[in-house]
Design a protein around this ligand. Sequence first.
Ligand SMILES: NC(=O)c1ccc[n+]([C@@H]2O[C@H](COP(=O)([O-])OP(=O)(O)OC[C@H]3O[C@@H](n4cnc5c(N)ncnc54)[C@H](O)[C@@H]3O)[C@@H](O)[C@H]2O)c1
Length: 392
Amino acid sequence: MSRLTKEAKIGVMGSGTMGIGIALVAAINGHEVYLFEVSSSALEKAKKDHENFLKKSVEKGKLSDVEASETLKRIIYKDSFDFDQTCGMYIEAIIENLELKQEVFSNLDQITNAKTILCSNTSSLSITSIAAACKNRSRVIGTHFFNPVPLLPLVEIVPGIETSETTVNAVRGLMKAWGKSPVVAKDTPGFIVNRVARPFYGEALRILEESIADVPTIDWAMKKFGGFKMGPFELMDMIGSDINFSVTETVFKEFYYDPRFKPSFIQKRLVEAKHFGRKSGKGFYDYAEGAAVPQPVENEKLGKEIVDRILSMLINEAADAVYMNVASKEDVDLAMTKGTNYPKGLLKWADEIGIKNVVHSLTELREFYDEDRYRVNPLLKKMAKNNLKFYE
Ligand SMILES: NC(=O)c1ccc[n+]([C@@H]2O[C@H](COP(=O)([O-])OP(=O)(O)OC[C@H]3O[C@@H](n4cnc5c(N)ncnc54)[C@H](O)[C@@H]3O)[C@@H](O)[C@H]2O)c1
């Protein structure tokens, strides 16, 4: 599909956090970009953010002065959604609201040429439900970028049930040309990352809820023995518990209340108190100047138990994504390293730990708690029984 070369014009709808980043990446990669926004202040902010980012890129030696000014010239800021037929691809990044997104897609479907590819950056809505607003659904697809878009390489490509293979291939090709790491995910709740990562938070919260360890100890253990760059509570505070809790709640509801994804009351209360984390000055940690920094209990045995429990749950979820055909094992591992900076792919990690050991840890949890939350994924059971590895 030649339309998605550098010559293809790219339309981006919504100049919020994600739209700003997506428009910038497309422009840096040589496309003429139309950034559509309904709020003039948001559009002003987008322009300023682009100028600042490009200025910093010049200071860091990543772009020349000329490249930076040419990039900025390629972005056309539009203060309404007056689409036309000229773009080869539109990427929608407006607020997470199905009715509003459907309205945008219905307009695009009517106005654009039948070969124009229509993408949504939704995190939690089904692509199929967004595509339902269009007559020609074969060209509607999810392109789930990660924040900050210019820095995080992962893009989850999500075909809806009527998306054509041609559309998938064209988008995958374009994302690779932009230097991104595309993975293809089935249109299921949370796609890959927002589903597989749930136990990183959920199991840490459960350990806290049971008073097995406190916040700094769990964070310390995950960094020290798991090799994670941030502990679960540090990360929830950085993301914001309002956002993190809402993703968990959505995934839980969308999975018809599967106990694997059950949200935590501790986090719910923090959200109710508006203790969102860094942005509100308080979350699991206190960010006020001079606030005491709580210290971990540096007990190696406890630390390793914490990592074993959370990691086993993460591997169980990664295996489930493969077992349920959400994505290939390679794409699951790529997604978790490129979208969330995990130190290793979870399935590669499972091979290193030994799948029998992972199954053993999960079985112990299942027997002790007698809860469905800890049920062992059938793929892991089969692999342990037959002494198999994910990667031979
Ligand atoms: N923020 C993230 O980390 C992240 C990551 C991946 C995907 N997403 C998804 O990307 C999309 C955008 O998220 P965001 O974080 O950039 O949101 P944002 O709130 O920063 O920006 C949303 C944009 O939508 C516009 N908007 C609001 N009401 C509108 C309306 N009625 N019609 C048209 N536009 C309207 C706003 O002016 C704003 O520009 C959402 O679907 C979100 O789920 C977000």
